[in-house]
Write a protein that binds this ligand. Structure first.
Ligand code: CAP
Ligand code: MG
Length: 432
């Protein structure tokens, strides 16, 4: 049997957690569970399908991953085949990682690499990952975090409320700037490029940035209100820092990166470039591997890696309130990773995707006030256009912050009333 030597099993052994990266996996296998767990540890450290004559005892002792826990979850039948199901804990010795400078790519190759292709596993999902302080300290972490973001926006405790310029692509720089101006006048604190807008011919970054900066200045001069716009720089990593630096020089107030299509290294380089503005992290592409509860990776691992790499705000889903697939418990776990005390600044959870004013009370009843709520269609689709939509979203957040139910607040806030009339109202979980 491949991986049959079971040498990677250290069941019940108490290891020094400071010397290991500890990962928990869910697995389904037609083998005995110990063989499947052993296969993960072997393949992701010093082993392969058969014993290599060159694997010395010394190398094994120093670098072999260890399986310390296996929780038998019973059996399931898939396509007529009875599978064993389990959760297992695999510990990777620190020396296995080239983490002197701290970088995610090689860590991912270890904890989320070949194992996904092993035939010994019918399904396997990385559920969680724990790094010792010595590893966490190698990473920049957020420069701003929740408190820094709130300070930039002069918004000490109210939820941040933002939008995504819609349509996703197609507006020119002047139209984009006008959109942001209306959002600022309407009371939003954040706007952003959509995840597919970067530097297309119809909206070049070098034209968009100064136009938006002027619009933001106009809002501040006219109302004193602060809004930031996250500029998407998701591009070839060789150019990404230079593009971001030039954008900030030209007035960009926030930088955005699609971390999973650009890479965690791109995010880390932007964080280490010390741009002086917060980093907004979009997670587009995550659905390819977070969606199945049986195979891939839990979003909380993406949250942890994004926090280590320096994101100040991260999309984590809407706890089942908006349009995107997401298990409410997993979204909460993904959010909580952004707050855990690991010696880094916290990260603002961004709740976006199908949001509109009528969902704000429900969302905040789950998320709490430390949240950035975003609505794209929920602003641009308002009967009174972008300005009306911005006002409606801002009114909804103000209502929830003041502890007033949305339907009551809408009685004397016409933009909110029109939004509730058009899209409905889902009361908060604590609405009596
Ligand atoms: C939302 C959005 C965001 C999603 C991403 C979109 O627009 O701009 O990219 O929120 O999902 O393109 O769908 P709407 P997630 O407000 O119009 O839905 O936040 O789950 O990563
Ligand atoms: Mg989008």
């Amino acid at each position: 049997m491949r991986y049959g030597d079971l040498k990677y099993l250290s069941l019940g052994e108490e290891l020094d957690k400071n010397q290991y990266v500890t990962c928990q996996y869910y697995l389904e296998t037609d083998l005995p569970i110990v063989n499947a767990a052993n296969a993960i540890a072997a393949e992701q450290s010093t082993g392969t399908w058969t014993k290599a004559s060159t694997l010395s005892d010394d190398i094994f002792e120093r670098l072999a991953a260890r399986v310390t826990e296996i929780e038998d979850l019973g059996k399931k039948t898939v396509d007529g085949q009875i599978l064993n199901v389990a959760r297992t804990t695999v510990n990777y010795p620190l020396e296995e990682f080239s983490i002197e400078v701290g970088h995610i790519p090689q860590i991912l190759s270890v904890i989320a690499g070949n194992l996904y292709g092993l035939l010994e596993l019918k399904n396997v999902r990385l559920l969680s990952c724990l790094f010792p302080d010595s590893v966490i300290r190698k990473f920049p972490g957020p420069n701003f975090g929740i408190n820094g973001l709130r300070k930039v926006l002069d918004r000490p405790d109210r939820p941040l409320v933002g939008t995504i310029v819609k349509p996703k692509i197609g507006l020119d720089p002047k139209q984009t700037a006008e959109y942001v101006y209306k959002c600022g006048i309407g009371g939003l604190t954040n706007s952003k490029d959509d995840e597919t807008l970067v530097d297309q011919s119809f909206n070049r970054i070098d034209d968009r940035v100064p136009a938006i900066a002027d619009a933001i200045d106009r809002v501040r001069d006219e109302t004193g209100h602060r809004i930031v716009h996250a500029l998407n720089v998701s591009t070839y990593v060789k150019d990404i820092v230079e593009i971001a630096e030039r954008a900030v020089e030209n007035g960009a107030s926030q930088i955005m990166v699609d971390v999973l299509t650009s890479g965690y290294s791109a995010l880390q380089m932007l964080a280490e470039a010390d741009l002086g503005v917060p980093l907004h992290v979009h997670r587009t592409f995550h659905g390819a591997f977070t969606r199945s509860p049986y195979h891939g990776m839990a979003m909380e691992v993406v949250s942890l890696l994004s926090r280590l790499s320096g994101g100040d705000g991260l999309h984590i889903g809407t706890f089942g309130v908006g349009k995107m697939h997401g298990d409410p418990e997993e979204d909460m776990a993904s959010r909580n990773i952004l707050f855990n005390d690991i010696g880094l600044k916290t990260v603002m959870p961004v709740c976006s995707g199908g949001m509109h004013p009528g969902l704000v009370e429900k969302l905040v009843s789950i998320s709490g006030m430390d949240v950035q709520i975003q609505a794209g269609g929920g602003v641009a689709g308002h009967p009174d256009g972008v300005l009306g939509g911005a006002r409606a979203m801002s009114q909804a957040v103000d209502a929830v912050y003041k502890g007033i139910y949305l339907d009551s607040y809408a009685e004397d806030h016409i933009e909110l009333k029109k939004a509730l009339d058009k899209w409905g109202y889902v009361p908060g979980s604590d609405h009596v």
